[in-house]
Ligand binder design. Structure first.
Ligand SMILES: [Zn+2]
Length: 285
């Protein structure tokens, strides 16, 4: 049961009211750690590629490694492009992704619908799922400067219903109080808005910008209808902190493999903790 689409991995999550964790990978350590966390717990996971990966000189090695690693795993894994532009969605489909997110959230609604529809047509022809976004989650992906959520950019429930109906997407990312990267101040999730969108929209709902939310907010978001949670900044900061601790403890006289192991174990631990908080159900249970 290796590679599955977003539609397939989220169907049981929607039925049984839990969320599947989606983590970005950009190197061997992250891919390995994220997949080991899924294997150790028997839980499904979404491995996400950031769009910039295609511009890196080592892109092909990374893509080959990801596909081979997924194919060898006994747990369901969705291989997903995170925040793609149109050309990146096509590259991701070519690279073997089973799902893409086209992000036209900064475009006017009708333009976002028009492009998303084209992506859906191409992706569905190839058996690939599509996530799209309306409303706007503050700050660029991966931001570590700290941001506040802008309520004027939150997703309007009637827009969400119209957008899904017009585009035929498989999952919808919505804005209701999270920010990408690190929070400035205390986050306030608009759960009433989430509940309204859930009532009007039939496809699974996605929350971006989860890092830094209190545990209770994740649980509430899942309870009110979120089925996929993107989480990366928190994992990245925890991994860097673990490596820094080891370097400081040894005054820099540390074997490279020890540093790698510290990073890998932190990724595994962090992924397992988030899966637990999101209520992700094991395929063995
Ligand atoms: Zn995002």
């Amino acid at each position: 049961m290796p590679l599955v689409t977003l539609k397939e991995i989220l169907a049981p999550a929607k039925e049984h009211n839990y969320a599947v964790a989606a983590f970005d990978t950009m190197d061997f350590t992250l891919t390995e750690g994220i997949i080991q966390a899924a294997e150790q717990t028997g839980k499904p996971v979404i491995l996400m590629l950031p769009g910039f990966i295609f511009d890196r000189p080592d892109a092909q090695s990374m893509l080959d490694f990801n596909l081979n690693r997924i194919a060898k795993s006994p747990v369901p894994i969705c291989y997903h492009l995170d925040h793609g532009k149109a050309d990146e969605c096509v590259k991701a489909i070519h690279a073997g992704c089973s799902s893409v997110m086209y992000d036209g959230s900064s475009l006017p609604m009708e333009e976002n619908i028009a492009v998303t529809k084209e992506i859906v047509k191409v992706a569905h022809t190839c058996g690939v799922s599509v996530e799209a976004e309306i409303g706007h989650v503050a700050a660029p992906e991966g931001s570590v400067e700290g941001s506040v959520a802008d309520a004027s950019k939150f997703t309007r429930p009637e827009d969400a219903a119209y957008f899904v109906e017009q585009t035929g997407i498989d999952a919808l990312a919505i804005a209701f109080g999270t920010v990408h990267g690190v929070y400035k101040g205390t986050p306030h999730l608009d759960l009433e808005r989430l509940a309204q969108i859930k009532r009007l929209v039939d496809v699974p709902l996605v929350m971006h910008g989860g890092s830094g939310l209190p545990e209770q907010d994740f649980r509430s978001a899942v309870k009110y209808g979120i089925n996929k949670i993107n989480f990366f900044t928190g994992m990245s900061l925890a991994t860097i902190a673990a490596m820094r601790r080891l370097i400081e403890e040894t005054d820099g006289r540390v074997r490279y493999i020890k540093l790698y192991d510290a990073a890998l174990q932190t990724v595994i631990q962090c992924a397992k903790e988030q899966m637990e908080i999101f209520g992700t159900q094991s395929i063995y249970s």
